[in-house]
Design a protein around this ligand. Sequence first.
Ligand code: PMP
Length: 436
Amino acid sequence: MAASNPLDALSKPTVWHEFSPLANASNAVNLGQGFPNWDPAPFVVTSMVDSVQTPGTSTNQYCRPNCHLPLANALADEYNGRPSWSHLNVDPMTNVMSSLGCTQVMYCAFRALLQPGDEVVLLEPAFDIYGSQVVLMGGVPKFVSLKTDLTAPPTSNDVFTFDFDALEASISKKTRVLVLNTPHNPTGKMFSREELERISSIVSNYPNLVVFSDEVYEHIVFDPEGSPHISFATLPNMFERTLTMSSAGKTFSTTGWKVGWAIGPDDLIKKMTDLQQWVNFSSPSVTQDTIARCLKRAREPYEEFPTFYDWLAADYKKRRGVLEAALTSAGISPISPQGGFFICADTSRLTFPDSVYEEESLSAPSPMPRDWALARYMTHTNPKVAVIPPSPFYSPENVDQAKNYVRFAFCKTDDLLEEAQLRLATIDPTGDLEKK
Ligand code: PMP
């Protein structure tokens, strides 16, 4: 019998196919999908024009399969310039690889490393692309849930914590990769040094295990003193087994440009480059060249802030404040994110008609989970604010853990956040969404 194609199990609509069209059809304020709805900063746009127009450069032609050289140099400078990275001495020629967003970087990494049957440990809730990529490679995802403590102070770091025993139990000689994500989508949790140290002591027992550290929200952090962004690779002896992955999409509001990269040891970076050479040969030079310019500019003063990154974090912090206040007055308890641009909120007070569970849904699992039904009702009827149910970020056996949450994105312009605030304010104080 012919082996089945793993793609067959994945060729179906997802939550993303369902909620954006539903939001449009319902004229909802879309706080669903996580992309900024504003233009990139002027220096980002002019950097692109400069990249295309600079005479005598090769920005309009193919670049090296590893990474366009100016981007590799800019990334090496950027990481080596961070005090926590300075001892690692990132070499632009051998420690840097770029591809089409963090997504394809991760695809190349999984493809280069996994053999069928290899296990990959994912911490759920987990960005849905991880598990699907593992399945595509014939790998086996092993899910470990973050613990949820709703009695804790309402910040993402306190509410979502590690179950280290469960993590340890999930790792075996068959484990090839552990995927970390900090700041974390969808919770906004930032992994603390103590948590990362415990993870490092666990993985140290498994020489064959590689850690992928997805850090795409690294510059959107709200308490850099109390809860700083820490790269797992900077912990003692971890660089040699870690691929640090990031991208320009969230930082420069250019999600559509799909410029992503990995920083890691020579052997892992070489494997990914060898793969990319036979897939797309190289990624677009112009966008990489632009991001190389932006990385330099971002360290300079911006709008009264010492750097663009400081401005970016402050701007997002303001938006987080607006949305949190709107949610709190509507009786929806935000779990304050320490990083990223999503708020997971506790919706247990809200009620809605049972008939929603019977609605035709493009992609909901059966039976429809509560968070999914609620997200649909909030999008299409009241308050007409589109949100994302977090159950797709859980494995099928654990979707129940998502039932009391929905995810709101605050990477949205003032007018959209204000309109969302007005609509949320119409929710009846009893939390009954049927009452208007
Ligand atoms: N990782 C996480 C945690 C994300 O939230 C996203 C985008 N939503 C990505 C990776 C994808 O990044 P990119 O657009 O650079 O492929």
